[in-house]
Ligand binder design. Sequence first.
Ligand SMILES: Nc1ncnc2c1ncn2[C@@H]1O[C@H](COP(=O)(O)OP(=O)(O)O)[C@@H](O)[C@H]1O
Ligand SMILES: [Mg+2]
Length: 384
Amino acid sequence: MRIILYLGKGGVGKTTVSASTATAIARSGKRVLIMSTDVAHSLADALGVELSSTPLEVEKNLFAMEVNVLAEIRENWTELYSYFSSILMHDGANEIVAEELAIVPGMEEMISLRYIWKAAKSGNYDSVVVDAAPTGETMRLLGMPESYGWYSEKIGGWHSKAIGFAAPLLSRFMPKKNIFKLMPEINEHMKELHGMLQDKSITTFRVVLNPENMVIKEALRVQTYLNLFGYKLDAAVVNKVLPPNSSDPYLQALIDQQAKYLRVIDDCFYPVPIFRAHQSTKEVIRPDRLFELSQEIFNSKNPMDVLYMNDKTQTLEKINGKYVLSLYLPNVEVEKLAVNIKGDELLVDINNFRKSIVLPNVLVGRKTEGADFEQGTLNITFAN
Ligand SMILES: Nc1ncnc2c1ncn2[C@@H]1O[C@H](COP(=O)(O)OP(=O)(O)O)[C@@H](O)[C@H]1O
Ligand SMILES: [Mg+2]
């Protein structure tokens, strides 16, 4: 059983690359489910079929579904939802605003995660490919070491606060059944999913990006947070790469700009493997085209494999009360080394190679105190 999650900024080609990966897996004879948890659904368009939250077999071994979180909340979470909206209405919010606000932050992601858990546990598939929402909230939820406990605490907190402040008034808004009885069960599922997501032999995270400045920054942020939370990036897919040359000066200027960013990507993601796909002049939709794209991206590699297995890519530890950020840079001979901080970015210059890392919040605003390179690992100490 393999879970493959694609992350990245909106518009880079996450849905296309996810669908392409799933098609390749299906055509290699394995049963695969591709699931879109992004509210901006385009998986149906990519596959050229109508989709719902029930898996549909698009072609042999290729199943697809779109999780509609809002509909799910309305259908299956009505009790919880009407409970929260009644509290908010009581506090003076109008009905529509109350309904909007009643969606607790993290609830959408939790529901999406629960779908992943269900699919992974069903025994129906060899692989589950997730076309994830490009939100920071997804990252935060994935990052919570005890995300399962967090969620129920949050709801429990609301519950007791509401009771504490306005128990008598609230009693008439209270749902008849105890909605909180559901929580322990969900906690169990979340705990199990968390274990699966942390198991490198089961789950891999991949980032999709384009050779563009802002997109690279977002991808680096994904990498930093995945590392911080103990999840591993096993590949970066650079999509929408232009051809190497053109006789048109306008296009050539764009190509030159891309070339610069392609080098940045190579340096920044090293040693994680980087795959490339060209900007196609034809629309990349429907399984046949998606399959062609997968051949271009993965070539002779099997997209279902773990494409990079390493524990040490990037780690953050507290050693003797100080934060130490370690970067694994195999096969690098250090002649010149400079470490600089620019805003929330850490720029590491080694010889002619520049690696940029988006700093986690805990390190932003701190100065570096020293850097040493030992056995292929660069350790950077931050001042308190
Ligand atoms: N390699 C490619 N060549 C041409 N068009 C592409 C390519 N990859 C993606 N697209 C197109 O770019 C748009 C955005 O892609 P999509 O996969 O929906 O991005 P995301 O899911 O990251 O928002 C879509 O219209 C898609 O068909
Ligand atoms: Mg998408």
